[in-house]
Unconditional design. Structure first.
Length: 471
């Protein structure tokens, strides 16, 4: 009885909070969920999660969360009404979505930064998901809210989100050794792997990472995108076979044709289902191939309706345009005869994706305008720098991308050891507008035919502002 009373109070409070949040700007997506969990406590969160008759699916990873979640929502909405949350990816926004929306299935993006702030094992217990979808895991900002968060604890936090699941399915990328390892280590529930199984997607700048099982460097027979590919280790750890795979791809100037096939476990039917589809999508970057595979795999795994799987996949992807790609994304434009590629690259994986896309346009010398990470973000710098060295620019310009100018200079001095022609512009964080216009001006006036601008910035806003200088 006590539990019920608390739940009732909590529901009323969060309704009030919903009203309040309509008045004030910002934060509205979070407030009802926050008030709800504060008033009702953990038990109330657990109870409200049971409102979803079919359960919920959480999407997590370093890159591709929002795009994958958006695509999965499009696919699943063809079959049933769902409750959803994306972009604002805290547990409070999940609770808010459950409280304010209708539908029997929940699809929620969930970002885990570290153990202290992400509480992934608690979230798993409270939300009790029927599925966790992993996109990819790579080094990103290692200081969160002033707390140091080394890569290993960040990785551990991602693992904890699904570790204690006793029912449900994990959907994970088998080309990424880190997300594949999560599947391999979990042998008490079904795992659906997705990956690229055709020879046309090769990343010549791909990087090699350590084996998540034993710590030795992995051996790759092929890289598909940065640290993803076909890998194996002396300890016996190797890439698992994909259940859903890109079997073939045709690259055209205006579109890409993808052939995707699957034979995978469906949670509600409790048996394997097969599909085979051809879709035509815009040429929006290799990383989105993985986002498509992740969303399709999650859709076929968790839809309770099996009749229209192929039709729904084709309907969604044959009608998709570039608008679903987040703002600040990297793109290559023609400007006064130059190829200028610019956009967000807050982690090594993202910069690698940008450089790969740019590489298709480069003919002749390249200038690299690099915006650095912050103090205590050496991990990010190191993964950025691996990529910069591989693309081997003729000239490098270094500008602080975040707060610390001193640290940017330190990073610049490391670059100077390997490159002859490097310039540094110490523009302070307080003069963000000056930074934005300087970055744009340097690219516009560059004497090189190919210029790439990428690295860290203030997330999307910085790069959207840079791009506006080229309108
Ligand atoms: Zn190993």
């Amino acid at each position: 009885m006590v539990v019920k009373a608390r739940l009732f109070v909590a529901k009323v409070s969060s309704k009030v909070a919903t009203q309040l949040s309509k008045i004030g700007p910002g934060a509205g997506k979070n407030i009802p969920g926050y008030v709800f969990s504060k008033v009702g406590g953990k038990q109330s969160v657990s109870d409200i999660a049971k409102d979803l008759k079919l359960g919920s699916v959480l999407i997590t990873g370093t890159n591709g969360k929002t795009t994958t979640t958006t695509l999965l929502i499009k696919l699943m909405s063809k079959d049933l009404q769902i409750r959803k949350s994306f972009e604002n990816n805290t547990v409070h926004s999940i609770i808010t979505a459950i409280l304010n929306q209708k539908g029997d299935l929940g699809i929620f993006e969930y970002g885990i930064r570290n153990l202290e702030y992400g509480i992934p094992d608690t979230v798993q217990k409270l939300i009790d998901p029927i599925g966790v979808v992993y996109t990819t895991i790579s080094e990103e900002h290692t200081v969160v809210n002033g707390v140091k968060n080394p890569f290993l604890s960040y990785y551990r936090a991602k693992i904890l989100l699904s570790k204690e699941m006793t029912d449900g399915v994990i959907v994970t990328n088998c080309d990424d050794p880190r997300t594949a390892f999560i599947g391999i280590s979990k042998n008490d529930i079904p795992i659906n792997y997705y990956g690229i199984e055709c020879d046309d997607v090769v990343d010549l700048l791909g990087s090699t990472v350590k084996c998540p099982n034993c710590g030795e460097l992995l051996e790759y027979s092929k890289h598909t995108l940065n640290h993803r590919g076909v890998y194996s280790c002396k300890c016996g750890f190797k890439r698992p076979e994909p259940d859903v795979k890109l079997a073939d791809i045709e690259f055209n100037e205006d579109n890409w044709k993808l052939h995707i096939v699957g034979d995978l476990f469906n949670y509600f039917a409790s048996k394997n289902v097969q599909f085979d589809v051809n879709v035509v999508v815009p040429p929006f970057g290799f990383h989105n191939i993985y986002n498509i595979l992740a969303s399709v795999t999650a859709y076929v795994t968790f839809t309770p309706k099996l009749d229209n799987i192929e039709k729904n996949i084709m309907d969604v992807f044959n009608n998709i345009d570039m608008s679903f790609v987040p703002p600040g994304r990297f793109e290559v434009i023609k400007y006064n005869g130059k190829n200028i590629g610019m956009g967000q690259g807050d982690n090594g994986d993202a910069v690698s994706i940008n450089v790969n896309l740019m590489n298709q346009y480069i003919d002749g010398d390249l200038e690299f305008i690099y915006t650095t990470p912050d103090a205590e973000e050496d991990d990010i710098f190191n993964s950025h720098y691996e990529v910069i060295k591989k693309i081997n620019p003729k000239h490098v310009i270094v500008i602080p991308g975040r707060k610390s100018v001193e640290k940017a200079e330190e990073y610049c001095n490391i670059i100077k050891k390997d490159f002859d022609s490097v310039d540094f512009y110490p523009i302070s964080y307080e003069n963000l507008d000056e930074r934005i216009s300087k970055v744009a001006e340097l690219a516009k006036n560059s004497s090189y035919d190919n210029v790439i601008l990428t690295g860290c910035g203030e997330e999307f806003a910085f790069w959207e502002s840079v791009k506006r200088n080229f309108d």
